[in-house]
Write a protein that binds this ligand. Sequence first.
Ligand code: DC
Length: 224
Amino acid sequence: MKHNISIAIDGPAASGKSTTAREVARRLGYIYIDTGAMYRAITRAALDAGVDMNDADALERVARSSKITLEIKEGQQHTFLNGRDVSGEIRTPEIDRNITPVATHPGVRRIMVEQQRQLAQNGGVVMDGRDIGTVVLPEAELKIFMEASIEARARRRLKEQANGDPSITLENIKADLARRDHADSTRADGPLKKAPDAVVIDTSNMSIEEQVETIVQLARERQQ
Ligand code: DC
């Protein structure tokens, strides 16, 4: 008999995780949880509240008092912060620039990890992030670690964010990705790291469809 498994997908920024994870979840009839969107929403809340990004206690208070919900509507993922749809506002260079101190703070991570585990408690989930296979769901039946060259990732992000804005260039995006790769991999708490039992997929030259197919196939083998 098939059973509902948990799928953890980790990897650096713009490695194709979210699009792929969302489609894998749709095909399996699973819930998709974008943990990056959760850290982005907390960053939005901290900016809205005018919090000093070096004030760890204030950041933790913001994380504790913010209600984040994730919903899929007409195939699009929506992120709500205290009932407000912030889906567009959380994917901007301003958030990319300010997210590192928020995601580095252990108090904020503790609150996020707790909420993420609750969302996954019944299985049947695809969750993507940096620390899912290592910290959030170390018992996940399937762990994927996605990689892609910085060039390929910067091109993807440019497509997502540019919208004709001349201030957003490939070089700016590359610099920001390199900075976040470094910050994500070197932080003490929940760093970006491949779990020893994760399957590595290099997506530099793969289409979304190929990525989805690969993961769905692996999931079906482990559902038995
Ligand atoms: O996946 P993303 O680019 O939307 O994530 C945004 C930021 O959030 C990323 O720079 C690191 C952080 N993040 C994290 O620290 N842990 C996670 N599980 C997911 C994201």
